[in-house]
Design a protein around this ligand. Structure first.
Ligand SMILES: *Cc1c(COP(=O)(O)O)cnc(C)c1O
Length: 423
């Protein structure tokens, strides 16, 4: 399966519901998720034994609930994510491994919760093995291995190699097995997540490294995880990875290990972005259109407090205009710089890595129109902040043609919760 998306710069509906209706009913800025897209992506991964969602990409309880009902299990990278997974109905029963805690360290709260719920822990540093083993001798763990090289769409998303803080260095597996032995901990699985934006050539190196690492650990291994990093196209010229080839490469490793160890090895995949990105839209209202020399700015009521990827990574999101009335696609397209309301010159959605301001060809926007930032479902709302004392946006899920509120817009009370003025 290799296909490309083609993005339009105007849009009147999301999953059949008019954008202006969503905006009028729920207000802006507004995150909208189309459940059917998530379900389609889940189904595309059905060849894998286990699809483990990296909930950090988009962790709303309703989304986790719907994923759970479609057979997807979860990853938790913090105590808060363990709490969230339990609230969404995931079982803490270790024999089911519905929640795996995966991190490079235990803070005190996450160690406590992982022990209390006897979670399977995917250890990204040798210290985690000893810390867990002391409190839960006999625990089963998996090891996240850093194979010594990595890959990512940005230095900040590269998760392998010696500049990455992630995982256990590939030459230290023997040390880890010793540590595990000392507290009776068993290594039952291996994991490699080397970054977002996997390509197949690179993947075969990862597969080789996995096989080698598994041979070092030996036949206590029952699962291998391919990690996350499946790309989604954000631009017209970007593609999905060929999932059949991707699966075949991993399946071959799994089969060789199954044969060697004489038992079935379960093959997991751990996507975040792939399941969530394309389901999500951030709707913002155009509040000002102004010309600054050569540039036409459309200023909208969402900022990097709502969607941080452009300012953090220079990430590109498709942008479309939804006319307040009429059809934006009939307007002439003009170059537009799209910015938000924050008191920061970096609050620009159309920027390249390095902070260079770019423009986008969009149907000439008018005050009162809506701007839709697309492919915003992953690392969107979850990175939202209250900077400039902005309330975080509401979230809505579209399911079977109807839009349901899944998170209220924050209130002024939410903004100051927990603050106090000492006497
Ligand atoms: C972030 C993360 C993922 C998901 O990454 P995507 O690029 O969103 O698929 C998977 N596994 C681990 C351990 C992660 O930290």
């Amino acid at each position: 399966m290799i296909s490309t998306n083609s993005f339009n710069n105007s849009r009147s509906t999301i999953s059949g519901i008019p954008v202006h209706e969503l905006a009028e009913q729920f207000g802006t800025p507004l995150y909208v998720y189309d459940l059917s897209v998530i379900e389609k992506r889940i189904d595309e991964l059905s060849k894998f034994d286990v699809v483990r969602y990296a909930q950090k990409a988009c962790g709303n309880l309703a989304i986790l609930d719907r994923m759970r009902k479609r057979g997807v299990v979860v990853d938790a990278v913090s105590a808060g994510e363990i709490h969230r997974a339990l609230l969404a109905g995931y079982s803490g029963d270790p024999s089911k491994a519905e929640i795996v805690y995966t991190a490079d360290l235990f803070d005190r709260a996450s160690l406590e919760l992982a022990v209390e719920h006897a979670l399977v822990v995917n250890c990204g540093s040798p210290d985690m093995i000893s810390q867990l083993g002391e409190l839960r001798p006999g625990a089963e763990i998996t090891l996240r291995i850093n194979p010594g090289f990595g890959h990512g769409h940005s230095q900040k998303t590269n998760t392998g190699g010696e500049q990455s803080k992630h995982g256990i260095w590939h030459t230290q597996i023997d040390d880890c097995l010793l540590r595990a032995d000392q507290t009776g901990v068993t290594v039952t699985g291996l994991h490699m997540h080397i970054g977002s934006g996997t390509d197949l050539e690179h993947l075969s190196e990862v597969c080789d490294a996995m096989e080698k690492a598994a041979m070092t650990v030996g036949r206590t291994i029952h699962t291998i995880s391919a990690g996350g990093g499946l790309p989604v196209p954000y631009r017209d010229d970007e593609t999905y990875v060929d999932l059949d080839q991707y699966f075949d490469l991993w399946d071959a490793v799994r089969n060789r290990l199954s044969e060697r160890f004489g038992h079935h090895i379960s093959l997991e995949i751990e996507p975040g972005r792939f399941l969530a990105a394309e389901s999500g839209y951030l709707i913002a209202e155009v509040r000002s259109v102004k010309r600054m020399g050569e540039n036409l700015f459309a200023l909208v009521d969402a900022g990097f407090n709502d969607l941080a990827r452009p300012v953090m990574y220079g990430s590109y999101h498709p942008i479309s205009v939804s006319a307040k009335s009429g059809d934006a696609s009939e307007r002439e397209s003009v170059p537009v710089v799209v910015g938000g309301p924050l008191c920061e010159s970096g609050d620009i959605f159309t920027q390249r890595e390095g902070g260079y301001v770019d423009s986008r060809l969009l149907p000439a926007p008018r005050v009162g129109d809506y701007i839709v930032l697309e492919n915003a479902g992953a690392y969107g709302f979850v990175m939202a902040s209250n900077y400039n004392s902005k309330q975080r946006a509401a979230e809505v899920l579209i399911e079977n043609g109807s839009a349901k509120l899944i998170r209220q817009r924050e209130s002024f009370e939410d903004l100051t919760r927990g603050e106090m003025i000492p006497e």
